[in-house]
Structure formats: structure tokens, C-alpha cells
Design a protein around this ligand. Structure first.
Ligand code: FES
Length: 145
């Protein structure tokens, strides 16, 4: 049912954790299942993503897609990071079962929310980045996260 890469990233997720004083933080929830993901970005002065970490309260597919997504955005510029779509992440994982495709949206949305946060803090515009719909404010999730 799951590819070897999905199993590997689920059992050995990369980049789990938090970044203190992150350049951008995005927290999103999956409307289908209620799962939550938070992504932290560390971005340098040239707008290159130096580091990316995630925490999720979600299923195995969410863990695997976040792990792969964080690997894919590291070293990219904020503009290039928009190319890390859920489709790109799924391809990098050699696919997901159809019922799990919605799980891969969490990582893409959380990255976008973190980029939006970064752009707002620095008063810049990232071309093609839309305001995240499902961003959750800190207060709403802190208690049960
Ligand atoms: Fe909720 Fe996968 S079932 S993210």
C-alpha cells in the first residue's frame, strides 16, 4: 500500500522539531480529519531557506509528506519553495494511496502559511503566494497541540 520511501520517511522522519526565533511559522489544520501541522522556516538575508522543521499531530502519511517537504525546501529560495507542491512531494515519495492524498496538502499549506508569515514580517511580496485559508492562530491550537 505504501512505497518504501513513504515508510522510510514515516519511520525516520527528517527535520522534526522547532526553530527558535524562526523567520516564518505556519500552522494549518486539515478540514477532513482535524489533524494539525506546524512548519518553521529559517530564512537568510538572500531569501534562501537555511533550515526547516515541522511538528505534526497527524497520521503517518502526514508525517512522511512533511518530512519529504522539509527536505525539498531546504536550500531553496522562498520563490522556489512555492514549487514544492503536494504533487511534487508525492512524486518524491513515489506516490500515496488515493485516500491519503489529502494528507499531503497539510505540508504544502503549512509551508505556504510559514512563507506568508515571513513575507508579512519582512514586508515583502512573494510572487504567486496566496494568503493561506486554513492558517490557525497560535492561541487556538496551543492547548491541545
Ligand atoms: Fe489526517 Fe492524514 S488522516 S493528515
Amino acid at each position: 500500500m505504501y512505497s518504501e520511501k513513504v515508510m522510510d520517511h514515516f519511520q525516520h522522519p527528517r527535520n522534526v522539531g522547532e526553530i527558535e526565533n524562526a523567520s516564518g511559522v505556519g500552522t494549518v489544520g486539515n478540514a477532513k480529519c482535524g489533524d494539525i501541522m506546524r512548519i518553521f522556516l529559517d530564512i537568510d538575508d538572500d531569501e534562501v531557506i537555511r533550515d526547516c522543521k515541522f511538528k505534526t499531530f497527524g497520521c503517518g502519511a502526514a508525517v512522511a509528506t512533511s518530512s519529504m517537504a522539509t527536505e525539498l525546501v531546504k536550500g531553496k529560495t522562498v520563490q522556489e519553495a512555492l514549487e514544492v507542491t503536494n504533487k511534487a512531494v508525492m512524486e518524491a515519495l513515489d506516490g500515496l494511496p488515493p485516500v491519503k492524498v489529502h494528507c499531503s496538502l497539510l505540508a504544502e499549506e503549512a509551508i505556504h502559511a510559514a512563507l506568508w508569515d515571513y513575507a508579512e514580517k519582512n514586508n515583502i511580496v512573494i510572487q504567486g503566494l496566496e494568503q493561506p485559508k486554513s492558517d490557525i492562530s497560535e492561541g487556538e491550537v496551543e492547548e491541545d497541540y
